[in-house]
Write a protein that binds this ligand. Structure first.
Ligand code: ATP
Ligand code: MG
Length: 690
């Protein structure tokens, strides 16, 4: 027990007398404290797994944590009095993201907040479309700003009424009006957005004592990773979940706070000390991840930020490889240079693809990189980017699933009824929409209302009713039959494959159909596993009154929505990982390539090209710190001297953070790489092989 921990870590693991905050730099073993503490609570302190919850930010981090805990507890038995010798039911543990914890709570408490358990979860894209309709504008930048404002309001627990009352100018007033409509519309659709997954449970616990008691009783010890990135809403949820017992351990690093733009607030670190005066603060100082050179570079960069808490970080690992910095002529050359150097490095070190991560500030940087990787046949997986689930064909299938689960989901209705086209034209839909608006019903419900017959001709009504009958039949079956059978019947019923071939050229149709098949296979696999093994698993006994199979479909649909939001599927084949720095938080890789280290990219210049104030630069610097500290053994940095912006080539300056790393220029391994042609590349590879 507790092997592989230093003294400060052990203290954090064993400490149970009051709430505990572990405040320490990157790679100091904070996450390890959490996993070890879970094991300790169960093995030595007699906690039942179902009473323990650990939350973190991304699916990938949750999956890793779950795996680490499972390894720690493998083959172990309970030692608590009366339970000695029993196998530990690790499946009952809650190790998940904030959002999936919120989803689990919302599912069980749906009725309390006026939702049915089959509520839909709308992704950012769905919500964008909805806002576009409400704002009646095609100005995408404006909609994005409104969407962002709404998200910040929700995360700060500001209601539409509040937002309206406090609007400081006409723009804000307009945004607040749209916010109010938006909330009402989501309600009408029986739908929630991602922010709601945490906001609604937080508000429910605050308002409802019985519900609060129930959850406080269920989750008796809480562990929170990456605490520095919690926003007001998440903090409120945590506070109500732990209640007066205040049994929790939070771990975090103020130097890694990188979600300020999403409403996360470092104030929560101070607030914790105010709300819990008996808070025990433990600091960790030894880094177990990186070589000295990498750690020094990280420390040097972050030293340029004002210090909130004093932290020292040292490593016992050797000095390590020199950090390389490479200038490229443009983004294509940069991608080629990264891919080529990665291949050569892997070859030299006899490493595997999975030992590498290529990190960048914004998703747009991945496009060129992907092309080069594909051309060079290097397997990779993209995380935190446009995911599998956002593809048109997958969203089409999901629209059907959402509609089967929740007939009030009007956006899903519109997408499904028009894909494939089944003789329902836009005029028909407009009349239906107007009618449903007056009748205050969902589109689906409206189709069956007698009064609609006066509005629509029989030839308009007939395909609508046929469609709804079809969905209704599947809905009834969903409560009795396994999801896999239902999925096959659904696909046959809508003739989706034929639709693809009618709509796209053969090659595209084939790819899209392959994607659908892959998706269905994946769903079926997930559908046959018990829910507690899922990404969204929390191990709660979900007594929501639905038959198992019906819940399966519902859970599948909601699960997909969550997966698409976070970071894709949890597979770990031997592939290079491409990721934004944000999505790589908490993770580590032997070798890291960091691209686009330029002024304007990292640090990022806002979309309006506005000057960066100190607070923004500090957050960008923390992002750089996060990026550097993902690397264990080697770090390779690239920047472009020129880059195309909106068809124009611009000259780029290397990032100020490169200078701040204070690299030893005389160290070996800081090569000047000339632009490489495919021929050069071949020649170099051959040279390497010889
Ligand atoms: P981050 O701030 O990036 O989330 P962290 O503080 O959570 O980092 P961990 O991921 O828990 O750090 O640990 C970093 C690495 O060090 C991991 O590979 C972990 O297994 C290892 N490690 C942590 N503590 C020890 C220890 N006492 N002995 C050996 N290795 C350790
Ligand atoms: Mg961690």
């Amino acid at each position: 027990m507790s092997a592989g921990l230093n003294q400060a870590q052990r203290e954090a693991v064993h400490y149970l007398d009051s709430p505990c905050l572990v405040l320490a730099g990157a790679g100091s073993g904070k996450t390890r404290v959490i996993t070890q503490k879970i094991a300790y609570l169960i093995e030595a302190r007699g906690f039942e797994p179902k009473h323990i919850a650990a939350v973190t930010f991304t699916n990938k981090a949750a999956a890793e944590m779950r795996e680490r805990v499972a390894q720690l507890l493998e083959g172990k038995t309970l030692s608590a009095p009366g339970k000695e010798g029993r196998k530990i039911p690790t499946k009952q543990l809650t190790v998940c993201t904030f959002h999936s914890l919120g989803l689990q709570m919302l599912r069980q408490e749906a009725e309390q907040v006026g939702l049915k358990p089959q509520f839909s979860i709308m992704d950012a894209q769905d919500c964008f479309t909805l806002l576009q309709e409400q704002a009646a504008t095609t100005d995408k930048a404006l909609i994005r700003r409104i969407q962002n404002a709404i998200s910040l309001w929700k995360n700060a627990l500001v209601t539409p009424e509040h937002a309206l009352a406090n609007a400081s100018d006409e723009d804000e007033h307009q945004a607040a009006l749209i916010y109010r409509n938006y909330v009402a519309t989501l309600n009408a659709y029986q739908a929630v957005d991602f922010d709601d997954l945490i906001r609604i449970p937080a508000e429910l616990l605050a308002a409802h004592e019985a519900v609060r008691d129930k959850w406080q009783n269920r989750l008796r010890y809480l562990l929170i990773d990456e605490y520095q990135d919690t926003n007001t809403c998440q903090y409120t949820l945590l506070k109500w979940l732990v209640g007066p017992r205040a049994a929790f351990t939070a771990v975090g690093d103020d130097d890694q706070a990188i979600y300020g733009w999403r409403g996360a607030t470092l104030e929560n670190l101070k607030q914790l000390q105010i709300d819990f005066p008996v808070l025990k603060v433990i600091k960790l100082e030894q880094n177990y991840r990186s070589t000295v050179r990498i750690l020094d570079a990280a420390n040097n960069v972050i030293a340029n930020n004002p210090k909130l808490f004093e932290k020292k970080l040292w490593s016992e690992y050797g000095i390590g490889d020199a950090i390389t910095v490479t200038a490229a002529n443009d983004e294509e050359h940069e991608a080629e240079s990264v891919v080529f150097r990665l291949s050569a490095h892997r070859f030299e070190r006899r490493a595997q693809f999975r030992d590498y991560a290529i990190l960048y500030r914004g998703n747009f940087q991945a496009r060129v990189l992907e092309q080069v990787l594909r051309r060079e046949r290097i397997p990779y997986v993209l995380s935190g980017g446009q995911s599998f689930f956002e593809r048109t064909e997958i969203k089409d299938v999901c629209a059907y699933l959402r509609l089967i689960a929740n007939a009030d989901d009007d956006p899903a209705f519109i997408r499904a009824v028009t894909t494939p086209r089944r003789g329902v034209g836009s005029t028909t839909l407009e009349s239906l929409g107007a009618f449903a608006g007056q009748a205050k019903s969902s589109l689906f419900e409206a189709v069956y209302m007698g009064a609609l017959e006066a509005r629509l001709a029989a030839r308009q009504l007939e395909p609508l009713r046929a469609f709804c009958d079809f969905i209704e039949r599947l809905r009834v079956r969903a409560t009795k039959e396994p999801a896999s059978v239902l999925l096959d019947d659904l696909m046959a019923g809508i003739q989706y494959e034929a639709y693809l071939y009618d709509t796209y050229d053969d090659r595209q149709a084939r790819t899209k159909w392959q994607n659908v098949l892959e998706f269905l296979d994946w769903l079926k696999r997930k559908g046959t596993q018990p829910e507690r093994e899922e990404q969204t698993a929390t191990g709660f006994d979900t007594a929501d009154g639905l038959a198992d199979t019906g819940r399966n479909l519902l859970q599948l649909v909601q699960m997909v929505a969550l997966m698409s939001m976070l970071d894709g599927r949890d597979e770990d084949p031997d592939v290079v990982r491409l990721s934004t720095v944000h999505a790589a938080k908490g993770l580590e890789y032997p070798h890291v390539f960091l691209m686009g280290c330029e002024e304007g990219i990292l640090p990022h210049r806002g979309s309006e090209g506005s000057e960066m104030d100190d607070a923004r630069i500090e957050e960008e610097r923390r992002l750089m710190y996060v990026a550097i500290t993902r690397a264990k053994r080697s770090l390779h940095i690239t920047y472009c001297t020129k880059r195309k912006y909106a068809q124009q080539t611009q000259v780029c300056e290397p990032s100020r953070f490169i200078a701040e790393m204070e690299l030893d220029e005389t160290a070996p391994g800081v090569p000047e790489v000339a632009p490489m042609t495919p021929k050069d590349r071949l020649a170099s590879l051959k040279a390497l092989l010889n």
